[in-house]
Design a protein around this ligand. Structure first.
Ligand code: 5RP
Length: 222
């Protein structure tokens, strides 16, 4: 099966999982990226069965609205039943690297609010050790050099994502060759650098469920 078909299969499995739990007032958090796009497309078929969504990026909001799915401001919402999003890497503890699409900060905010965080991915994203995929860090533009030096002192190699501006008006540094043997420690150390808005390690708040699509079907961890 192609990677595109695996993404569609896992997105459909997530819709099938949440569908019986939906109520008329349920709000769903929606992530960003090609797998999240498949989820948005699958969600469109049942858009009358829930209240609406909160999007983790302008791009996802636009796609949701294109399907006629309501998009709420997070601040207007008291409870978010689910957050469904992809990942760049996941381990068996359901800790993730996210932010390949640059939406990590809003993704982490929406994940923090959600009752149940469902990560959807094709099974190539499951790794024994996080860190082969460069770890994205969102940074206030004027702090770029300072943050880069601090990352080097932590043992990583920061690479400026050229020409990319986040939905929040910031820049991204992608960290290569970082030892992420202890993901919570690394997430916290990066958060403590002045000028860092957010980093793409989801370890303090990992996913609650990881749906993985492979040639034999979709399996669920968690
Ligand atoms: C965007 C993300 C995505 O979830 C991540 O990059 C995976 O994307 P894709 O589903 O296209 O592989 O974190 O910021």
């Amino acid at each position: 099966m192609s990677q595109d078909n695996l993404k569609k299969a896992v997105a459909e499995a997530a819709v099938k999982f949440i569908r019986p739990k939906l109520e008329k007032d349920t709000v769903i958090g929606v992530g960003t990226g090609s797998t999240a796009n498949c989820f948005i497309d699958a969600l469109a078929a049942i858009k009358d069965e829930f209240n609406g969504t909160v999007a983790s990026s302008e791009a996802s909001a636009k796609r949701l609205q294109g399907h006629g799915i309501k998009v709420h401001e997070l601040n207007q919402i008291d409870q978010l039943a689910f957050y469904v999003d992809g990942a760049d890497e996941a381990n068996e503890r359901l800790e993730l690297i996210k932010g390949g699409g640059g939406a990590l900060t809003r993704e982490k905010i929406v994940a923090a609010v959600a009752d149940l965080f469902i990560c959807i991915a094709d099974d190539s994203k499951l790794v024994p050790l996080l860190g082969t995929f460069p770890l994205p860090v969102e940074v206030i533009p004027m702090a770029r050099s300072h943050v880069a030096r601090e990352i080097v002192s932590l043992g990583g190699k920061p690479v400026y994502r050229n020409g990319f501006v986040t939905d929040n008006g910031n820049i991204i540094l992608d960290i290569h060759h970082m030892d992420i043997g202890r993901p919570i420690k690394v997430e916290e150390a990066l958060n403590h650098i002045t000028g860092v808005v957010c980093n793409g390690l989801f370890a303090r708040r990992p996913a609650d469920k990881l749906f993985l699509a492979g040639p034999e079907g979709v399996r669920i961890l968690g």
